[in-house]
Design a protein around this ligand. Structure first.
Ligand SMILES: [Fe+2]
Ligand SMILES: [Fe+2]
Length: 222
């Protein structure tokens, strides 16, 4: 059965929007960085860019966008195991929209495997979601406006002056290019926070048959 559930439709679904908003509110109350629409839309466009560049079909790209849009809703239940709880929530939401089981499987596998520690790339959609999610570092994700009370996550995100995800010319590597203000956070501090995530990105890229490279302030780190 062909599905009619599109990314556009999901974005206009008031219930799904409410889960995204409330999940982000729960994280805000715990002092986490922004996980709302700016985050999930960025993840959706990165995941789509990766799969489009690698020549995947339109529906696979669309499913990756939908998975990205819904990937953090589990935070409304608890930060811990939010990938798994979010996958179960997405199952119910998408099943109610009559999405075919084969598509729901792809989406809930990707959501349930997006977090470092418990997640692994299982297929192209989950691999693209991992890379899109873990590479979203930017100053605008920091909510705390008082630099004196910044924690390490605030500092590291705030230090990222610019961040770009792209393919190299031969399309054999996905490149994360960061410009970090080292007055705010050192490259070492960046790695303290992001090491596990970058290693997961590397696994995800390998799954897609490409390399994952990282440039910080013009220097190659990975
Ligand atoms: Fe997450
Ligand atoms: Fe996320």
């Amino acid at each position: 059965m062909a599905s009619t559930v599109t990314y556009k439709y999901i974005k206009q679904n008031p219930d799904i929007m409410e889960y995204i908003r409330r999940a982000d509110k729960a994280l805000e109350a715990q002092g986490y960085t922004e996980h709302s629409f700016a985050h999930v839309e960025k993840v959706a466009s990165s995941a789509a860019m990766i799969l489009e560049t690698l020549g995947f079909d339109e529906r696979t790209v669309e499913l990756a966008r939908i998975a990205a849009m819904m990937h953090d809703i589990g935070n409304v239940i608890n930060r811990i195991d939010h990938a798994q709880s979010g996958a179960v929530m997405a199952f119910r939401l998408l099943d109610n929209l009559d999405m075919p089981a084969s598509e729901i499987c792809s989406i809930i596998s990707a959501i349930g495997n997006h977090d470092e520690g418990t997640g692994l790339p299982l297929d192209p959609i989950s691999a693209a979601l991992i890379i899109g999610d873990k590479t979203d570092v930017r100053r605008s994700r920091v909510r705390n406006t008082d630099m004196l009370t910044f924690d390490i996550h605030d500092r590291v995100n705030y230090a990222v002056v610019s961040s770009k995800l792209r393919f190299n010319d031969s399309k054999t590597s996905i490149v994360l290019e960061l410009e970090i203000d080292t007055e705010i956070s050192s490259v070492l501090e960046y790695f303290e926070i992001f090491m596990k995530r970058m290693l997961l990105c590397r696994r995800a890229a390998e799954f897609l048959g490409v390399k994952f490279e990282m440039l910080i302030n013009g220097g190659r780190i990975l």
